[in-house]
Design a protein around this ligand. Structure first.
Ligand code: WQD
Length: 341
């Protein structure tokens, strides 16, 4: 039984990846999560869905000693998926030092332990935010990255550089950086999903919270962009597809002794969808008329970005399965369950 450490296991993508691992492998996931951006209840939900208890170490991964203690207690860790990071773009603009400290220090500690305890594989949670505002679309892994639009995006660019430099000094660890586009939706059970912030920054939780009455309205941040309907375009991808890709990335490193020491892969659908198309899709699948209005542009927004996912298809044999309707419907089901429970 292979033991895999999931950092940020109580988080949105981390919890979905733990479920995917339990349901589709014989691996044993363990978690390290200090609940700074999540809740212990998630592990109760994972138990309800899978019947399995997942051990979680409540550790600040910026503390080298406490991080190392996880590996001393679990010398058989055979792989790491490093999700734990702060991820709010606007918050990173207000608190850049918090983001640089948390997101970089935790990664450095994890890699130092991977090297010391000879953990052969590390998957790093990166982001399409590394691309910045790109003219030529779709973006592929060779698209030159440009100046990050936020400290959050810059921490992901720095993280990839750390992995690249780390690969040059170690033979024993191979790493893959997965660049997520826009993860949305929730597990089919409706028992786990994106834990809502007070006021969500992201579009889909804002749509579902407005539909359920928690928020008054959705403000569409600008409809005067040079796109087919004037609103920004993104590449939305179901969180369960993202979770499956993480398991596939570990399997790829397991099965391919000749895999490069460091790889970067886009995780998207290749379909660009506008904000208004998201609003209309939600209304269609939910039957709920959404209260929205057009507002000013949001600083830091890129006009459009979507992925060329041919490399991830070729490397991992992965391609997304869920449709936009299914993404929206699963997000809506999660929101409705949140209201009941
Ligand atoms: C999407 C579109 C907004 C809210 C996110 C994460 C980032 C990264 C990439 C993982 C934009 C518009 C939004 C609202 C709106 N993910 N919008 N009204 O900015 O693409 O970035 O995905 O690493 O961490 O933040 O996602 O959902 O905030 O915005 O009009 O109330 O929806 O302008 O065009 P974004 P988002």
């Amino acid at each position: 039984m292979k033991k895999i450490l999931i950092t940020g296991g109580a988080g949105y993508i981390g919890s979905h990846t733990i479920i995917e691992m339990i349901e589709n492998t014989d691996w044993e996931p363990i978690s390290a999560d200090n609940y700074s951006n999540s809740s212990a209840v998630t592990f109760d939900r994972i138990k309800e869905i899978t019947g399995k208890h997942v051990t979680n170490y409540v550790v600040d991964l910026c503390d080298a000693k406490d991080t190392r203690a996880i590996f001393e207690k679990n010398p058989d860790i055979a792989g790491i998926i490093h999700f734990a990071a702060f991820k709010s773009v606007p918050e990173s603009v207000d608190k850049p030092l918090l983001y640089y400290h948390n997101n970089i220090e935790s990664l450095v500690n994890i890699l130092a332990c991977a090297r010391e305890f000879k953990v052969p594989h590390v998957i790093f949670s990166s982001s399409c935010s590394v691309y910045g505002d790109i003219e030529k679309l779709p973006v592929n892994e060779d698209t030159p990255i440009s100046k990050a639009e936020s400290p959050y995006g810059f921490t992901k660019q720095i993280g990839e550089q750390v992995l690249s430099d780390f690969a040059k000094i170690t033979e024993s660890v191979k790493t893959v950086a997965l660049r997520y586009f826009n993860p949305v939706g929730a597990h089919r059970s409706g028992k786990i999903g994106e834990v809502p912030a007070q006021r969500p920054n992201n579009l889909v939780p804002m749509i579902t919270q407005t539909a359920i009455g928690t928020q008054k309205e959705v403000i569409v941040f600008g409809n005067d962009y040079k796109t087919r309907d004037g609103t920004c375009i993104r590449d939305y991808v179901h969180v369960c597809d993202i979770a499956q890709a993480h398991v596939s990335a570990l399997k790829y490193l397991d099965d391919n002794k000749t895999a490069p020491k460091f790889s970067i892969l886009n995780l998207g659908t290749g379909n660009g969808v506008s904000v208004m198309e998201m609003v209309k899709t939600f209304e269609k699948v939910s039957g709920v008329k959404l209260n929205y209005r057009i507002g000013p542009r949001r600083p830091g927004d890129v006009v459009a970005i979507y992925s060329d996912m041919s490399l991830v298809k070729k490397t991992l044999g992965w391609s997304p399965k869920y449709t936009l309707d299914e993404m929206m419907l699963s997000a809506w089901k999660w929101e409705q369950n949140l209201k009941i429970n």
